[in-house]
Design a protein around this ligand. Structure first.
Ligand code: CTP
Ligand code: MG
Length: 335
């Protein structure tokens, strides 16, 4: 009888597709916003070309990985190929040029963990952070964007999960919950694990793109135009995937022993990563391997208090998806 009820519930889930698609559509930034971002980038490109002819500016983060919400600030990386770059010096010089170019609220934060210059562009109203030589972030941004072009369900799922995480206040790394980057990786991993899979594992395929960044070789198959029918053998819809995602993180994931890994498209053991105990501040209570910086656990910000908050929120979401007649309304109720 349980199986029957499960199947009934599973078939019934499709009536929630339309409301979820509506939420997704409401979260996509408008075309003119992207135009404004381009306009600002062109202005910054000009300014940088004058001061550092050999440097290059890259967008990274949500404004470039296709998982950005409307009205977000943009993240920019200034790549300078120089062996002894003094970041503080560059940031101060950059701040000077920005001020003379009439940018507003210009601030060089040279002592931050990731030193940046902040600015606001009075023409477009967009705020922007510029960091230096954070090339890994530029490369992992491209990986996320490439995954998003393979199957549209990734973008739908990730927008919904990010919107849930922001509504429920579990997208705050300084409070021990997970970054948006971590949530998107969890979504990619979930879709790699479906049967048949909705996403491939690009890093296990013959590389068509390869760059070395600070001793890490980043290589994967990026010819994603060739993969546009990859997921078509799987007919699961957005409501089913949202349900399955929360069900997995509420009841299916083995927190004690396993690591989710987009790099291998599989679940790894904590043992093989040596993530079985607390080292310094890294507790490894929920383990999400960074696809390139493989020694980096994106769950390392999670502590013994916030893991409970997170797991309770996953369970709440799973229960809503199982039982609530109108899950779309309840799921995103502000915390
Ligand atoms: N990043 C990273 N390692 C982390 C966190 C972030 O490399 N531990 C990089 C990624 O390139 C990511 C970018 O920083 O795309 C921005 O991270 P984050 O703010 O978590 O994600 P956004 O996509 O910008 O999401 P939001 O809309 O919440 O700003
Ligand atoms: Mg961001």
């Amino acid at each position: 009888r349980m199986v029957k009820r499960y199947m009934a519930c599973r078939n019934d889930i499709h009536r929630h597709d339309a409301p979820f698609i509506a939420v997704f559509k409401s979260l996509i930034p408008a075309e003119e916003e992207l135009e404004k971002q381009k306009q600002l980038m062109a202005k910054l490109d000009n300014l940088v070309a004058k001061e550092w002819p050999n440097a290059k500016l890259y967008l990274y983060g949500s404004c470039a990985n296709s998982f950005g919400f409307p009205k977000s600030d943009i993240d920019v990386c200034l790549a300078i190929d120089d062996d002894d770059v003094n970041k503080s010096e560059i940031l101060l010089k950059l701040a000077d040029s920005l001020e003379s170019d009439n940018f507003q609220n210009v601030q060089a934060l040279t002592r931050a963990r990731v030193p940046i210059v902040k600015l606001m562009d009075p023409v477009t109203g967009i705020s922007c952070d510029i960091c230096i030589n954070n090339v890994l972030a530029v490369v992992n941004t491209k990986l996320l964007r490439d995954y998003s072009m393979i199957d549209g369900r990734l973008r739908q799922l990730a927008f919904i999960v990010k919107h849930w995480a922001k509504s429920r206040k579990v997208n705050e790394t300084y409070q021990g919950t997970l970054s948006s980057y971590a949530y998107v990786l969890m979504c990619i991993h979930y879709l790699q694990q479906r049967s048949p899979p909705i996403l491939p594992c690009l890093q296990e395929m013959e590389p068509t793109y390869s760059v070395g960044v600070d001793n890490i070789q980043c290589a994967y198959f990026d010819n994603v135009g060739r993969l546009s029918t990859f997921g078509s053998g799987n007919r699961e819809t957005i409501a089913e995937l949202v349900w399955g995602f929360f069900n997995y993180w509420a009841y299916g994931h083995d927190y004690a022993n396993t690591v989710v890994s987009v790099r291998t498209g599989s679940i790894l053991g904590k043992r093989e990563k040596d993530w079985t105990r607390r080292v310094g501040n890294d507790r490894h209570l929920i383990c999400i391997e960074d696809p390139f910086e493989t020694s980096h656990d994106l769950g390392r910000v999670v502590d013994k208090f916030s893991i409970r908050v997170l797991r309770e929120e996953f369970e709440r979401a799973a229960k809503i998806m199982h039982q609530d007649p109108n899950p779309c309304a309840k799921l995103f109720e502000p915390y």
